[in-house]
Structure formats: C-alpha cells, structure tokens
Design a protein around this ligand. Structure first.
Ligand SMILES: [Zn+2]
Ligand SMILES: [Zn+2]
Length: 164
C-alpha cells in the first residue's frame, strides 16, 4: 500500500509505502514530516486522507493521464502524415488503433483512491469502493474551502489602526 502526495511545505511530490503502523509521512525533498491521523489506516483499508485534514476520498481509475495524452498525440500526428501521403487506409487505421489502445488501457489499469482536497493518490488498499465514485458536490465543497483558506492567508495580518 502506498500514497503519492504533495508536500504542503515545499510542494514536491512524494511516494511513500504505508501500513497500519505508519505514523508519519516524511518528505524526501525538505525533510518535513506529516503526522498521520490516528486510525486513518485500518488493516488494509484507508479511512481518510493521510496528508491533509480531509476525510473525503473517491475511487478513481489509476490511468496515467500523460501517457493517455501522449498516445492520442502520437496517433494523431501519425495519421496526419498518412493523410498527407494519401494513405487513406493508414489514416483511419491509425486513428482507430489509437482509440483502441486508449480503451484497452483504460480497461486494464487498476483503481486507486484520490483525496478531494489535496489530490493525494492511494494505491494498493482494499475495499476502496466503500468510498464511492467522484461526486461533484463534494468536490465543489472542498474547492471552495481551499479557496477561502487561501483568501484568509493572503489577508495582511496587521490590524488596521484608527488614526485621528
Ligand atoms: Zn517537502
Ligand atoms: Zn488530502
């Protein structure tokens, strides 16, 4: 079981192996440790996010997005070249093959859990379906919460003094 998360101190990506006995997540880049909330991992299940205060996670296909985009781009370029060379069968063959590869990849990749709030990804855990699929309302709630926090942080800390 492992988690991929973004360090809140230095914003670098970390991947850490975790189990029920894990207590902290240590950033490899800056050395700062995150305390894992007690009971966050029960057996082989993850109950809540380890990297942020959120308790909302959703099931997500563990599809490498960059790879998916790369396949589409390569397929598109190859079919365009074929089109320019008047190889009509190749053009449509390549487009079809590209789409097929994407579909097959999507079917074979596993599923993981993702945190609504911080985007941490959890892999190798059991019973992940109890967290449910992506829910737009929950997502929106977290997005607004994070935006509000940012606004608060941006506000100057000094109190306005009344002069007169
Ligand atoms: Zn860090
Ligand atoms: Zn989180």
């Amino acid at each position: 079981m492992n988690v991929t998360y973004t360090c809140p101190h230095c914003e670098s990506q970390n991947r850490a192996d975790v189990d029920e006995t894990s207590q902290t997540l240590r950033c490899e880049a800056c050395g700062q440790s995150l305390h894992i909330p007690e009971g966050a991992i029960r057996g082989n299940r993850v109950v809540r996010c380890l990297a942020c205060p959120s308790t909302d996670l959703y099931v997500r296909k563990d599809f490498p997005q960059k790879l998916g985009v790369a396949i589409v781009v390569v397929g598109f370029i190859a079919s365009t070249i074929a089109w320019w060379g008047y190889h009509l069968y190749w053009t449509f063959g390549l487009l079809f093959a590209t789409a097929l590869i994407d579909v097959v990849l999507y079917a074979v990749v596993g599923e993981g859990l993702m945190c609504y709030r911080c985007g941490a990804m959890y892999r190798g855990f059991e019973n992940i379906e109890e967290h449910g699929a992506f829910d737009l309302e929950t997502h929106e709630r977290h997005r607004q919460q994070v935006a509000r926090l940012k606004q608060l942080e941006a506000r100057p800390a000094t109190r306005e003094t009344i002069s007169g």
